[in-house]
Ligand binder design. Structure first.
Ligand code: FRU
Length: 325
């Protein structure tokens, strides 16, 4: 019947933040389009041990497919391999593992994002200036790749100096603390490259508190819409630029259904990205607001449909009951 799932998809999220929430909503909404699919999302707060537990539980519960964003690559690799070896199809998304024992990968190319940001900075500084980097969790592949890409773009320009790169674990308050130290060490900083907008916000707040925000420009990544997030940070002038890091939750569920229904699928799906700065932030915000309205309508429609289906089901029972009398 309608209420028994044909497929159970287990999703293991490494972090709990707005980017993850948007992605989770996209997955749940996309799952509404398929019959008998249950999406079970479990989230940890940047904790390898607890994420390994979540994945092991999914394996033991016998999920039909596992979706995982590994917190740090090295510690999470073995348990993902274990799932794969037990015959559970695995979609790795956003962050990678250190093994090819997975069924498919979906995510943006973080090396290319770092490189695009590096080029943006070279342009902005016209080949001359001091940069500090506030890195995401250095054990996670987006942090490694964004750093490598960034360095590859700026290294041909000896006038651009990367003074320091500090690990702030993708977190706002840690970024603030690291920024405090960086400000104390370096009298001249021209650009702060924070590997996500949340850390950029933390770094900006501390620089402003110290009266130095005006001396430097801030660049982030993610470009989430909504109050207080990346696109708005650009509109407010706190960020010079950010880069879209697509959440792609709908794509993950589509891929899961292709795998479960034994249709063809690409092993690697690279989601595209783009810069958001003062030239396009306004239009980006208008479009995402519009899309959010449409998403809301889809959810309303689904709610109504379920309501009618339930009513139809009870009517049938009533009719059947009356025939028996
Ligand atoms: C969200 C997040 C993003 C970042 C991504 C990297 O949990 O921290 O801010 O771009 O993960 O994996």
């Amino acid at each position: 019947t309608r209420n028994e799932p044909r497929f159970r998809i287990g999703v293991s999220q490494c972090s709990d933040d707005e980017w993850r929430h948007q992605m989770n909503n996209e997955m749940l909404r996309e799952a509404l389009f398929y019959d008998g699919v249950e999406v079970d999302i479990r989230t940890v707060k940047d904790d390898n041990v607890r994420q390994i537990e979540d994945i092991r539980n999914f394996i033991e519960e016998g999920v039909d497919l596992l979706v995982v964003a590994p917190n740090e690559a090295a510690p999470i690799t073995p348990v993902v391999e274990e799932a794969y070896d037990r015959g559970i199809p695995v979609i790795v998304f956003d962050r990678k593992i250190l093994s090819d024992k997975y069924t498919a990968y979906i995510g943006a190319d973080n090396y290319e994002i770092g490189k695009a940001i590096g080029r943006y900075v070279v342009n902005m500084l016209q080949g001359q200036g001091n940069v500090v980097e506030i890195s995401g969790l250095t054990g996670s592949t987006p942090a490694m790749d964004r750093h490598q890409g960034f360095v590859s773009a700026i290294s041909p320009y000896p006038g651009i100096k990367l003074l320091a790169s500090e690990d702030a674990g993708w977190l706002r308050s840690e970024a603030g603390q690291k920024m405090d130290t960086l400000l104390a060490h370096f009298p001249q900083i021209d650009v702060v490259y924070a590997q996500n907008d949340r850390m950029a916000a933390g770094a900006y707040a501390v620089a402003r508190q110290k009266g130095r925000a005006g001396e430097m420009r801030f660049i982030g990544t993610d470009a989430l819409s909504g109050e207080g997030y990346g696109v708005e940070q650009v509109l407010k002038g706190e960020l010079d630029a950010t880069f879209i890091y697509p959440t792609g939750g709908d794509r993950v569920i589509q891929m899961a259904m292709d795998i479960l229904n034994k249709r063809g699928f690409p092993r690697e799906t690279i989601l595209s990205t783009s810069v958001v700065d003062a030239t396009n932030a306004q239009i980006m915000q208008m479009q995402t607001t519009h899309i959010a309205t449409l998403d809301g309508k889809i959810e309303t429609l689904n709610g109504k449909m379920n309501h009618y289906l339930d009513r139809y089901a009870t009517q049938q029972v009533v009719l059947y009951g009356s025939l028996l009398v």
